[in-house]
Design a protein around this ligand. Structure first.
Ligand SMILES: C[S@@+](CC[C@H](N)C(=O)[O-])C[C@H]1O[C@@H](n2cnc3c(N)ncnc32)[C@H](O)[C@@H]1O
Length: 280
C-alpha cells in the first residue's frame, strides 16, 4: 500500500468492487469496516446506536409516507431501520455480495426495493424526502463524488441528505493497493457540497465512529507489544472493548479529545455527519 497526498491519483474502481465482494462474507461488520479488527459485536452496535441518534434527529421531520434512499446500503442495517419507519425505502449497492446480505436481512419487507448498481448511474425513480449516503464518497474520485452529490440533490430536491464520511483532519490522502480509498478533510467535503449546489445545514462529529477508531488504534498498538504479539485481533479486541466501554467518559471521550486539543493526529481517521439540502 502506498499513500498519495493529492487527488491527482485516480482510484481503481475494479479493486474497490473486488474489496467489497470479498468483504461480503462478513457483510454485517464489513459495512462498518470492523471485520479486520476483531472487534466484538457490541462495539459495532455501540457505534450504530450513537449514529442512530444523529440520523433520528435529522430525519425527525420525515413522516410515515416518506420515500428514503440508502445509497451504498451495504448489509442493510440502515435500510432495515428506515423500512420500519417510512413508506418506501430504496437501497442501492454495487456489490452483489453485500446486497445479498441486505436481501437476507430484509426478506419479507414489502416496502423495500434493493437495487444492485453503481450509485452514479443506477436508474432510480421518484422523489425522495430523505437520503443517507454513509461511507461511499471515500470510494469515488473527487469529480465522481461531486457528480453523485449533484445527482442526490436532483433526486431529493426538497429533502434532507445525510452524508456520513470518514476522513482526516486536513488535506487529502489517497490509499492505493488492495484497499483503495480517499480520505478527505471535513473542509474538503464542505467545499464539494458547495460545488454540487448543496447547502451544508449542519455538521456533527461522529462520536460512535471515534469510539471505534480509538479501540482499533489501541488493538493495533497492543498487538505490537510482546505479551500480545501472538494473540489474534479478537483475543485483544474483546477485553479491550469491555474495558473502554466501562471507562468510556474518560477513555473514549476525555482522553481522545485532550490528545486532539494538543494537536496530535490520533487516531488518524475521523468521521463526520453533514446534513445537506438542495435548493435556495
Ligand atoms: C463502508 S460500506 C457502508 C455501508 C452502509 N452505508 C453502512 O453505513 O452500513 C460502503 C458500501 O458502499 C458500496 N459501494 C462502494 N462504491 C459504490 C458505488 N460506486 N456505487 C454503489 N455502492 C458502492 C460498497 O459495496 C459497500 O457496501
Amino acid at each position: 500500500m502506498s499513500i498519495c497526498r493529492s487527488e491527482g491519483h485516480r482510484l481503481d474502481y475494479e479493486l474497490v468492487r473486488s474489496f467489497w465482494e470479498e468483504a461480503a462474507h462478513e457483510a454485517e461488520s464489513a459495512s462498518y469496516m470492523a471485520h479486520e479488527q476483531g472487534l466484538p459485536r457490541g462495539c459495532v452496535e455501540h457505534r450504530f446506536a450513537l449514529e442512530r441518534a444523529v440520523v433520528d434527529r435529522w430525519f425527525a421531520g420525515l413522516g410515515p409516507t416518506a420515500s428514503v434512499l440508502d445509497v451504498g446500503c451495504g448489509a442493510g442495517a440502515w435500510t432495515e431501520l428506515f423500512a420500519q419507519r417510512y413508506g418506501r425505502v430504496v437501497g442501492v449497492d454495487a456489490s452483489a455480495g453485500m446486497l445479498a446480505a441486505a436481501r437476507r436481512r430484509l426478506a419479507g419487507q414489502g416496502n423495500v426495493e434493493l437495487v444492485r448498481g453503481d450509485a452514479l448511474t443506477v436508474v432510480l425513480n421518484g422523489e425522495f424526502q430523505g437520503v443517507l449516503l454513509g461511507g461511499l464518497l471515500m470510494y469515488l474520485d473527487r469529480a465522481d463524488a461531486v457528480a453523485l452529490l449533484v445527482r442526490l440533490g436532483q433526486l431529493a430536491p426538497r429533502g434532507r441528505i445525510i452524508l456520513r464520511e470518514s476522513g482526516i483532519r486536513s488535506g487529502v490522502e489517497v490509499q492505493t493497493g488492495t484497499y483503495q480509498v480517499v480520505y478527505r478533510s471535513l473542509q474538503e467535503y464542505e467545499a464539494m457540497a458547495a460545488e454540487a449546489a448543496l447547502r451544508v445545514v449542519a455538521v456533527e462529529r461522529n462520536r460512535g465512529y471515534a469510539h471505534m477508531e480509538v479501540t482499533v488504534a489501541l488493538v493495533n498498538l497492543a498487538r505490537r507489544l510482546p505479551p500480545f504479539a501472538r494473540s489474534d485481533a479478537a483475543a485483544v479486541g474483546g477485553p479491550l472493548w469491555r474495558f473502554l466501554r466501562a471507562t468510556a467518559p474518560v477513555s473514549l471521550e476525555l482522553v481522545p479529545r485532550a490528545i486532539e486539543a494538543v494537536g496530535l493526529d490520533w487516531p488518524h481517521l475521523t468521521n463526520h455527519f453533514l446534513l445537506l439540502e438542495a435548493g435556495p
